[in-house]
Design a protein around this ligand. Structure first.
Ligand code: EPS
Length: 391
């Protein structure tokens, strides 16, 4: 069983990812992980923090000589900004220095208020440090390993931005294999060049207005075998697990699989993906679909068609033109905390979504083909693909 956890505060020493149950024998390089860490930092609309950080992975355990050992893998992404926060974040001494001022004016939309109440804190920083989307650097590091594992079995993925604010891209007909290359040329990771320019303009205008923007990211995964996940128990269903992992990304407010919300006005005859037999030696098996409205999942299991998921992110809750709140000490009306933040982090969400999906799919893949090593998995996988040809 693959287990995945993160730790770390935004301005503490670093953010960390623990992967337990990861198979032995996967060849990985530092670049395999650092590439995605650096991609996560990019995108028009990011704030000053990304100029301070130059995220790179430090492997603390579980990998030797570029090969996974089968033992727990502990990955660290150190925070360069910690240098400026040492006194305020010191684990053993009361917060001191210029950054030690207590946060008592919670931001609407952030975890500040509810967290401070629930955990009995009188400084919202004790909440916001962990709630910050800086944590996603740890997910991206772990996700990069899972992604490498999946690509060993021919599973590839690409995510791109399809909406920022009210600017919607026209990308439905783009072949999945072109998404990575085309979105990489856009400052907002969008494959539609006209929409891309309009998105940049919308972010610029939002920044001038001291406001923030949300948006929608689409991820596609191909090369999947038929039958990952299961219909048998609610907490093992693959669509549910994907939605959970994606909803747990900071500021995400919606997950849509296949046509999702967009499809509900269709009658059943125009929704379901009719079946045809196309002899094939691939892991998707010989039963193909004429369409893929269900986004590659049927009965909470992969169908062998592309996985299609959309993820909606709300606008970031730290506004330079602060919203109304209450001072938790005086109970007087106040303005919410204004802290360095981003105008729009939707382009980064594309990289984070890929990581979250890779982690869940790697878990499901290990459940189906699991062994202690990649070699064991390959044997089980090849046998399954051979078996599919006989159906
Ligand atoms: C982020 C780092 C943070 C924010 C952002 C995401 O850095 P800092 O708080 O030092 O500016 O830029 O976090 C939030 C938007 C949030 O609400 O917490 C990152 O590395 O992704």
């Amino acid at each position: 069983m693959l287990r995945f956890l993160t730790a770390g505060e935004s301005h503490g020493r670093g953010v960390f990812c623990l992967l337990d149950g990861f198979p032995a024998g996967l060849h990985v390089s530092k670049e395999d992980i650092d590439f995605y860490l650096s991609e996560r930092q990019k995108g028009y609309g990011r704030g000053g923090r990304q100029r301070i950080e130059k995220d790179a992975v430090d492997v603390l355990s579980g990998i030797r000589g570029g090969i996974t050992l089968g033992s727990p893998i502990l990955l660290a992404v150190w925070n360069r900004d910690f240098e400026n926060w040492q006194e305020a974040m010191d684990p053993w001494h009361p917060p001191s220095g210029p950054k030690a001022t207590r946060v008592t004016q919670p931001r609407p939309g952030h975890a500040d208020l509810v967290g401070a109440l629930k955990y009995h804190h009188d400084d919202c920083r004790n909440i916001l440090e962990r709630a910050s989307a800086r944590e996603t650097a740890a997910r991206v590091a772990g996700g990069a390993l899972c992604r490498k594992l999946l690509s060993t079995f021919g599973i590839e993925m690409a995510a791109h931005v399809v909406q920022i604010g009210d600017v919607v891209a026209n990308t439905d007909s783009i072949p999945s294999a072109e998404i990575a290359g085309r979105s990489a040329t856009s400052e907002v990771r969008c494959c539609d060049p006209v929409a891309s320019e309009n998105m940049v303009a919308a972010i610029r205008a939002a920044k001038q207005a001291k406001d923030t923007l949300g948006g929608v990211v689409e991820v596609r995964v191909w090369g999947l075998p038929v039958g990952l996940g299961t219909h048998t128990q609610w907490d093992k269903k693959l669509d549910g697990r994907l939605a959970q992992a994606l909803m747990s990304i900071q500021a995400v407010k919606g997950v849509e699989i296949g046509l999702g919300f967009r499809g509900v006005s269709r009658p059943g005859s125009q929704f379901h993906d009719e079946i045809q037999f196309v002899p094939s030696a691939g892991p998707g098996g010989p039963y193909r679909r004429f369409t893929n409205h269900l986004g590659g999942l049927e009965g909470s299991m992969t169908t062998g068609e592309e996985l299609l998921i959309r993820v909606a992110k709300k606008p970031i809750s730290t506004l330079m033109k602060p919203l109304r709140t209450v001072n938790m000490e005086t109970h007087e009306p106040a303005e919410a905390l204004v802290e360095r933040s981003d105008t729009c982090a939707v382009p980064a969400l594309a990289v984070i979504v890929e990581a979250a999906v890779a982690i869940v799919l790697a878990e499901a893949f290990l459940e189906k083909f699991g062994g202690d090593s990649v070699a064991d998995m390959k044997a089980a996988f090849d046998a399954y693909v051979r078996y599919l040809q006989s159906r």
